[in-house]
Design a protein around this ligand. Structure first.
Ligand code: 5GP
Length: 120
């Protein structure tokens, strides 16, 4: 089962720079960094700096409208920055059946190879 929505995760340590990551974009609200176990030549995670109960997309409320938009727009900016002019995929895993492993909302940005569909 999913942990409580306010439980800390390893992403808090990444936000606080207590553990290192390769940051590709940062502003006051969002952080984007390279996935430690990349599933494509470009694999970046885009997260809100303040979780505010957003352990996953299924926990979204109306108060999260702005941050949800910012995360998606950041994915677009980072895709351009990474040279993914030819296309990319974004993924949000949610809950045990969605294979979510870190319960702090994150968008996966994947590209640099053909992203087949269905993913299998
Ligand atoms: P999820 O399975 O929850 O959708 O994705 C979590 C992602 O976080 C995985 O792709 C995993 O490789 C990545 N990840 C887990 N721990 C770390 C870490 O300490 N550093 C980085 N850069 N990525 C991590």
């Amino acid at each position: 089962a999913a942990p409580p929505s306010d439980s800390p995760t390893i992403f808090d340590k990444i936000i606080n720079k207590e553990i290192p990551s390769t940051v590709v974009f940062e502003d006051d609200k969002v952080l984007a960094f390279r996935d430690i176990s990349p599933q494509a030549p470009t694999h970046i995670l885009i997260i809100p700096k303040v979780k505010d109960g957003l352990s996953g997309l299924s926990k979204a409320e109306e108060r999260h409208f702005e941050i949800l938009g910012r995360l998606l727009y950041t994915a677009k900016l980072v895709a351009k920055q990474e040279g993914l002019e030819d296309g990319f995929r974004i993924v949000i895993n949610d809950g045990p059946s969605g294979c979510q492993s870190v319960y702090h909302l994150h968008i996966h940005l994947l590209g640099g190879r053909q992203m087949n569909w269905p993913p299998g």
